[in-house]
Each structure stands twice: as structure tokens, then as C-alpha cells.
Design a protein around this ligand. Sequence first.
Ligand code: SF4
Length: 471
Amino acid sequence: MGLEKIRHHCGVTAVWGDPNAAELVFHGLYSLQHRGQESAGIVSTDGDHFFRHVGMGVLTHVFDTPNKLKELKGFSAIGHNRYSTTGSSSPFNIQPLFATLRDGPIAIGHNGNLVNTKPLRAMLQDDGAIFQSSTDSEIIIHLMARAPESDMRGKLLSAIQKVQGAYSIVMLSRDAIYAARDPHGVRPLCIGVKGKSTVFASESCALDLLGYEYVRDVYPGEIVMADDSGWHGERFTKGVTTHHCIFELIYFSRPDSRVFNEYVDKSRRKMGKNLALEHPADADIVISVPDSSNTAALGYSQRSKIRFELALIRNHYVGRTFIQPTKAMREMGVKLKFNTVGGVLKDKKVVIVEDSIVRGTTLRKLTELIRNSGAKEVHVRVSSPPIRHPCYYGMDFPTRTELIAHNRTVEEVQEEIKVDSLGYLSVETLLDSVRRGNGVDYCTACFTGKYPIPVNEEESGVEGSKILFEE
Ligand code: SF4
């Protein structure tokens, strides 16, 4: 998706039962940096005191000296990488959020987006709640503070039964870590173990790095508690068909991760293979837009028997500098991030496999670059269907009217991006590329407009007018 990638929402990691818990959480978050680069933070506890360090920016900016990690003492910690989907970009919104309730302190990290934020916030404010942030996650804390239960699990359960939407939560108390997922299981969250220590993370790539064994996902509609006796889970809903976010498999999650009990690499490859069957192309080479469409492009190449080539080289350091590019440099746009390998493209009929098209501006520039490098024909194949609707469950798409596929046929999109042919994977074939059945299904609302969790735009607190793309 190149420069106009959809921004990820958040990543969480939590470790119970290790004297270096904060350090482990730091490294877990490091492997999940792709899920949020706006702010980061870690809260730890030694059972008596809580320690918190948070800041704006990527993890290594927030923890820029070893002391900041050393100060986070204790055997237990949770951490969060954030990119805001609700709530503005402000230091007040950095997670994990911390609060002292009547029955003790807690810290919370939340991945996802609630859809009944406005009425809950209004109800809580009418009842005297003073909000410190504009995040939907803080609502959970206020609901917990008002819950009659005296134990933290009971309070958390009481709170999450009042919220609707997508949430994968980790919560730290003095004597346990709790992990919970919404009944539809929109966002991922998995469990790992090493000896007596338990870890929770948004994606299994964090477990691999920390040397924990993947056990399973936190089930949709489950709260799992980890403490000195190990971990155990309890379902709070049953019989709800899951609706995992299919975009996690198309683009968001790392290809080396396992989410929703699926290997991301495997499903992405299958999407590429199915795309080759559904939309074959008469071409000499298949290329990807690194890095996000590499795997789907490999699948396309394997099934079509058209040679895979590396023709676009990405500069991984764009956007990681404080030096602002000049206007002239900014106008170079896509060239800042990608360059072509001329020798590979010259006189070739090229298939570009892309994972998704949002506004189409980057892809149009990329195809221009590819033509200027001598390609004879440029065909685009997309390993997902046209995006035509907003996401209310935690992803930032632009407004409907800015989506290139909004109110346009595929032929019209093809004309807009100026390519010789264009083919999108159909919704049916996309769903055929993943495992379903036995109560497991996927959310495809941004393609179909069918929202599995009912959304009232007024109540959701999600503004459909936000444009939150990286430029
Ligand atoms: S609307 Fe799209 S991005 Fe949002 S949860 Fe559903 S599939 Fe994922």
C-alpha cells in the first residue's frame, strides 16, 4: 500500500512472572511497532508500587536511555504502541492508562475501537466522571470504578459487558494480569508461556522474539487471568459468531505472525494464488510493492508460473528522521520511498500485485515510475476487494468519497490509475482463502458495508471525515 498505507491502530504486550518483565514487554512492543508509531508506554508493578513511563513517538524515542527501562521494576508489566483511531494525538491519550480505583490501582492497554462511546461518555460525565483523556479506552476504567464488584476480574467483566465494539485488552493489577477480547474477536490477542511466566501479545511474532511458546488465542468473549498459579480463562459469552478483521490477514499483521489461529504468510500466499486464478494476466514478470504485498505477489507468481522479480526497492528510513524534507523533496512524493530497478523492468509486461488500494494516488505514481523505467505494459492485481466503506472497529480509512473505489466501477478505477488492466480479488474468493466455519467468520465491512457489530455513526465517536494517511 506504499505511502498511503492505512494506519494501524495499536499493539499490546503483557508479561506476568519474570523479574525482567518491563524489558520483555519493551522487546515485545518492538516487534509490534508496525501496529502504532504515535506513542508508546509501559507500566510495571512489583506488587506494591506501580511504575509508568510513556511518551510520544516510536518506542526507541520514548525509551531513549537504559535507565528509563530500569526504573520500571517488578515481575509484571504491560505495554502499548498507539496510533489513535479515536481521541486526538495528545500526551494525555498515551497508553497504558493508569488509575487508582477503590480496590486498588490498575493499568490498561486497549487495541480496537468502541462503537457506543458517545452515550457511555455522556452517561458517565452526568454521573460526575472527570475524563483525563479523549480515548474510548478510558470509558472502561470509569465503568470499572463504578462496578459494585470488589475483585478486578468482576469489575472488568462488568465494564466490558456495557461496551460495544472491538477490544483486545490487557490489564495490570497488583496481583494479576487480565486479558480480554470482545465477543466478535475483531482484533487479535494471543497467549504464550515460558516456565511459570505468561505473556499476552497482539501478534505471535512478539512471542517468538521473547522465546515464549504460543499456546492459543484469547478466545473471543473470554477473560484470561495470569498470576503466580499460571493462567486460566473463562468465557463471558458463548455462541456469538466471530468476526475477525480480515484486514489483519490482508495487510496489518506481520507475515511471520499467527493471528486468529491462522498463519498470516500462508493466508496471504493463498490470496495471491487465488488472485492468479481469478484474474490471470499475460505478463513476463510479477512484482510486489514492498514490503506489504511481497507474500501475495509470491503466491501470484507460484500459481501463474510468471517469474517473481524484485523491481521496486523501498527506502526503509523515510519518515524516521526529524529532518523535514523541503517542498521540492516532498514533491518527489513516491520517489522518496521507492526506486525502480531499471534493468528488470525494461521492455517487460509487468504485473504489480498490491494488497489493497485506498486512494490510489501512490499506485498511480508508482505505475508512472515503472513505465518510465521501460515497462511495456503495466497490469495491477489486488489481493483484496475494492474498499468502499469506512471502518468503525479501529482502522483509519479516509472518508468514503476519498476512497478511489467509492462510486467507481473497476474499469473507472483502472482509468484513474492509468494501467493496462486491473483485477481485484472478490469477497467470496478472499473468504475462500481463510479458514471459516464452526462459529468462525470474518468482518468484511469495508468491502461490503455489512457491519457485524451494529454501528450508529452518531454514537460511535468515530468521525468519518478524518484523513489520517501518512504523506
Ligand atoms: S471494516 Fe475492514 S478494516 Fe474494519 S474491522 Fe472490518 S475488515 Fe477490518
